[in-house]
Design a binder for this molecule. Structure first.
Ligand code: CMC
Length: 431
């Protein structure tokens, strides 16, 4: 390396030079854009372990130190002092709002909460036991049918209206998904309630009797949403970027993100953690489960443990863990045996050489499910809750990408190891 230029020489002596690009923090990034042109080779990095897929100003993670910053602000400070919609503003616009900006943003988000009645009729096509994430991906994707001609992705105002609409409508759709599953009537949004209180009201109220939103529950949900709002280039956000890079309708790109979030290695882990805790059932079974997680042949992993980026305690998990007892106590659910089980499981895993050597710590999903459950949200709805919050991050990354004048369609290359060229044989001549 010389003057921040890395060089690669091929066996024939041809050289390609890669400038090192420095970010605000973190490891430098080699700009290898000229590699194929200079040396006629690609790079191979399945799972993007060493590859920065884009430049971004939204979120920064230091996985070794357990640091998470939204637009430069530590998540701990935002969790303690901010609110979900203020954090949403920060993530979308890059700065904390002044009072008038926040009031105007909150007002706008409140007033986009209704969805077209035709969308609510879609639900009759889903079986009562359809997975909520399957319904979410479908109904959010179908918003593109309602807002296609009115969404010009090259028009900044259209992009902003899209951002407001989707953030505002996600709780309405998520609540409709839940109500469909339990056979209750849909509850319309109430714009005089704040974002999380309105969401809880749509989830849990019924026309037959009055319902009072518990302010402790609304505050706990707001906190979980702050912690889930963005996480830089994770699988679902990268999917939204990749889908969006083709110029597709942004609601369709968000639907692709929802589909990706669903998997148990990603957002689906919160549901999987609760299922795992239920199966463990008792503290006396923890050793067996730890042994199974360490056995490569079992195909089992300790859900809610490990992270591609964090090789230290996930700061979000730290906050949720600390809040768990307080929230459960205030909600009168502090006798939840699953919390005790989770705490004990964590304690045993963190002392185990396997988890120490591989730097596997609890991630955001390990404790979030316990709070969601205390709020009355069943396990199969938990990834939907994650999706509602993460929509803010997806939208911010999509906006950042589309607004970039150098945006290109995402088009990875491959190492082809299939058959060499061969001739087509008529069916009668094949063996
Ligand atoms: N239990 C047991 N072993 C594990 C676990 C686990 N939860 N996670 C990783 N390992 C082992 C893995 O077997 C591998 O061992 P070896 O080096 O001997 O082959 C090593 O640790 C490294 O794992 P990896 O799969 O190469 O790491 P990754 O960065 O590709 O995967 C992960 C990260 C989150 C997918 C993985 O840790 C995992 O499957 N965890 C359980 C699912 C989970 O909780 N996901 C939620 C992630 S946080 C929410 C979000 O933002 O999506």
């Amino acid at each position: 390396m010389q003057n921040n230029i890395y060089k690669l020489t091929d066996p024939q002596g041809k050289i390609s030079e890669f400038p090192l690009r420095e970010g605000t923090f973190g490891p430098g990034t080699l700009d290898i854009g000229s590699l194929y042109r200079d040396l006629d080779v690609f790079t191979f990095d399945p799972g993007f372990v060493s590859t920065a897929s884009c430049e971004s100003k939204v979120t920064y993670i230091d996985g070794d130190k357990g640091v998470l910053l939204y637009r430069g602000y530590p998540v701990e400070q935002l969790a303690e002092r901010s609110s979900f919609l203020e954090v949403a503003y920060l993530i979308l616009y890059g700065e904390l709002p002044i009072r008038s900006q926040l009031d105007s943003f909150v007002n706008t988000i409140r007033h986009h909460s209704l969805v077209n009645e035709a969308i609510l009729r879609f639900f009759t096509g889903f079986h009562y036991d359809a997975h909520p994430m399957a319904m979410m991906a479908a109904v959010v994707g179908s918003l593109s049918a309602f807002y296609h001609d009115s969404t010009d992705i090259h028009n900044p105002r259209h992009r902003e209206v899209f951002a407001h609409r989707i953030i505002s409508k996600m709780p309405t759709l998520a609540a409709a998904v839940y109500k469909h599953g339990i056979g209750q009537p849909f509850v319309y949004p109430k714009n005089d309630l704040d974002y999380c209180a309105n969401f809880l009201n749509m989830l849990f109220s019924v026309p037959a009797e009055p319902y009072q939103v518990d302010s402790v529950a609304a505050k706990a949900l707001d906190l979980l949403f702050i912690l889930h709002a963005d996480h830089e280039q994770n699988a679902s956000t990268s999917t939204v970027r990749l889908a969006g890079s083709s110029g597709t309708n942004p609601y369709a790109a968000i639907a692709a993100g929802i589909a990706t979030l669903w998997g148990p290695a990603h957002g689906g882990a919160n549901e999987a953690v609760l299922n795992m805790l239920r199966e463990i059932g008792d503290v006396k079974n923890i050793d067996k489960v730890i042994a199974k997680a360490k056995d490569k042949n079992s195909g089992f992993r300790l859900m809610g443990f490990g992270h591609r980026v964090y090789k230290n305690y996930d700061p979000r998990a730290k906050i949720i863990r600390a809040t768990c007892h307080k929230v459960l106590q205030k909600l009168g659910r502090d006798d939840d045996p699953q919390l005790e089980l989770a705490l004990r499981l964590e304690e045993i895993a963190l002392k185990d050489d396997y988890f120490i050597e591989k730097k596997l710590y609890p991630n955001v999903d390990f404790y979030s499910g316990i709070i969601y459950r205390a709020l009355g949200i069943p396990a199969h709805m938990m990834t939907v809750m994650f999706a509602v919050a993460r929509t803010v991050g997806w939208v911010a990354h999509w906006q950042e990408m589309i607004a970039d004048p150098h945006m290109k369609i995402g088009r990875p290359r491959q190492l082809y190891t299939g058959s060499p060229k061969r001739e087509y044989l008529d069916i009668g001549k094949r063996k």
